[in-house]
Design a protein around this ligand. Sequence first.
Ligand code: G4P
Length: 528
Amino acid sequence: MNETNRRRTFAIISHPDAGKTTLTEKFLLFGGQIQVAGAVKSNKIRKTATSDWMDIEKQRGISVTTSVMEFDYLPEGHEGKPYKINILDTPGHQDFAEDTYRTLTAVDSVIIVVDSAKGVEMQTRKLMEVCRMRNTPVIIFINKMDREGRDPFDVLDELEQELQIHVRPLSWPIGQGQKFKGVYNIYEQQLNLFTPNKQRVSEKVETDINSNDLPKHVGESGASQLREDLELIDGVYPEFDVKEYLAGTTAPVFFGSALNNFGVQELLDCFVEIAPSPQPTQAEERMVEPSEPKFTGFVFKITANIDPNHRSCIAFCKVCSGKFVRNQPYRHIRLDKTVRFSSPTQFMAQRKSTVDTAYPGDIIGLPDTGIFKIGDTLTEGEDLHFRGLPSFSPELFKYIENEDPMKSKQFFKGLEQLMNEGVAQLFVNQFNGRRIVGTVGQLQFEVIQYRLEHEYNAKCRWEPVHLYKACWIEADSAEDLENFKKRKYQYIAKDIEDRDVFLADSGYMLSMAQQDFKGIKFHFTSEF
Ligand code: G4P
């Protein structure tokens, strides 16, 4: 395996509390990145490991930042170079959904964690939409089988309906809750018996599903139920085809309990085998193959002030092709400037260290002195622009005002920086010059206020503005556009890229505008 082929870059996504953090932690255990005996409470990793950098996060106990964890892993019985796993962590809280969407632009596949009792929840549905937009291959892990949950067939039906994807179970639970006996690994044709509370121990039994031994392990009723279920599965679901998985049309499904570390290794082993290695990346100019010799990469995430002692930002850059080398000159396309990085970092479970080289699929942290925006491209010289994910029209809007006139420099600098990081969207009303911040959740307003104060020493004040949607507008005829802007002058704004935006204060106003101005195209995402 070459450097690119051995890499697996993915995100674990879920509705909050389904078990994403717990599963991530178990993966790190297998990768030898952390050594913890016994079940570690999921919050622990949030409080000690890399995913919890910002004060506000600690206060609220939610993951605001997206961090990266990498480790090597070689499944038992395999020889040669290990796989290099890059897990991109995502905030679970829905108010930071945009952050997660952006992270999904940097992964080659995802694992979705679903709570067996709760089934598909709102956040999972939204995240799956983004995966579908990008045809990202998906594996589903049905978690918490040690608890009473729903009938697994019902859960599978719900997954198909709600997530609009075909599913194919590759493991199957034998009982659940108190009666949970283990899983049958359909992929490996192996029975794994569950021993509660014993970490990293699961008894694997090689047994034919038709063998007379089966009842010995799972009881008479367990055995007959399992045989019946497997027959039904074979009847209902087509055989697993890895091509359909890679195309993003079929999701293999695993069952287990992350907390008890059960079914996790099966998931990980199958994952490294079938999940895609780094894929080509679409730039505006052309498709960029990971095997190309020259380095290219793009920034998908900027995090400020990871270390409170050094008030600096880190830009997370995904390597798309070639080899990144420390101290080499690279071209920052948007600024048309040569940049060098003397201390790029890579991320391990509990620390980060300087990295000398990185390959496609890797995520490197570049110290950012304010030169990066989300979506920026770095190359060895070629004019390339990687396509990011568009901004979606925000759901909530407020006027932002500078509360302390003596600190206006700090205020504007902080605001600009936070918008470049993609914390929220800023629109400047062309009529009255007031600034409007748009977010997907209330919490983002609080984050902005908190960070302006703590990182930029500036104070802001929010004032209500009644808005329904912000739509990006364009027209084939410049005259039509000018006419529209003149007629609606009170509702026209610019975004930070200087694009025209129409601020509609009601659904009625928007549909009237659409009706009356046929020459104007109204877009609900920023890329069209
Ligand atoms: P998240 O990152 O998706 O938000 O979920 P997280 O891993 O934090 O897990 C949420 C809760 O579910 C945690 O309990 C965790 O211990 C529990 N959990 C995770 N996997 C399993 C499982 O397989 N079986 C059972 N029974 N529980 C599981 P908590 O009480 O919210 O937190 P903590 O106090 O235990 O840390």
